[in-house]
Ligand binder design. Structure first.
Ligand code: MN3
Length: 204
């Protein structure tokens, strides 16, 4: 059975960019609900003991009547688990540097161009969804967005950075001002962790 992962920092760690109340509700209520409903969906099936990313990569093996529930709640579980990890209060880990910085510059030209393209993807999501930096099947970095809780893993893409643009991620503090939420989110990215995911994804 799946479990809600602990937040790797306190609810107020990302203030003033992301407020404590939003983090508490987002983690304790929204993410918990995805975990509960995922467990409900896979109860009694052979998928109870599989790792979440493996479950999503094998989404086409899920029985038809349970598939959409696994896409929604399994995706919700995986997406949020990554999202908590790629943010931090630690100023050192927020520094944009290392292998991942080199690769981003190589792919997009410079950081500002990358930021612009990623922000555009996040703004383009109509309704609920996510913007992602993924490693595609050619081993290259690519910016994409997904609807609802659809996971890039279902399309054989390896996510290494993701931004939740569901209203529940920002409404308490930013109301309808998604652009302001996105702009502020750039301050809390854990580039150290993104680099770790980048290296791990390249190994497989
Ligand atoms: Mn969310």
């Amino acid at each position: 059975m799946f479990k809600l992962p602990n937040l790797p920092y306190s609810f107020d760690a990302l203030e003033p960019y992301i407020d404590a109340k939003t983090m508490e509700i987002h983690h304790n209520k929204h993410h918990q609900t995805y975990v509960d409903k995922l467990n409900e969906a896979i109860k009694g099936t052979e998928f109870e003991n599989i790792e979440i990313n493996e479950l999503l990569k094998n989404i086409n093996k899920i029985p038809q009547e349970k598939k959409q529930a696994v896409i929604n709640h399994g995706g919700g579980h995986a997406n949020h688990s990554l999202f908590w990890e790629i943010m931090t209060s630690d100023a050192k880990k927020r520094e944009f540097k290392g292998k991942i910085a080199e690769e981003i510059k190589k792919t997009f030209g410079n950081f500002d161009e990358f930021k612009k393209q990623f922000t555009d993807a996040a703004l383009k999501v109509f309704g609920s969804g996510w913007a992602w930096l993924v490693i595609n099947s050619n081993g290259k970095l690519e910016i994409i967005f997904t609807k609802n809780q659809d996971s890039p893993l279902m399309n054989n893409l390896k996510p290494i950075l993701g931004l939740d643009v569901w209203e529940h991620a920002y409404y308490l503090k930013y109301q309808n001002r998604r652009p302001e939420y996105i702009e502020n989110w750039w301050n809390v990215i854990n580039w150290k962790k993104v680099e770790q995911f980048f290296k791990e994804a390249n190994k497989k």
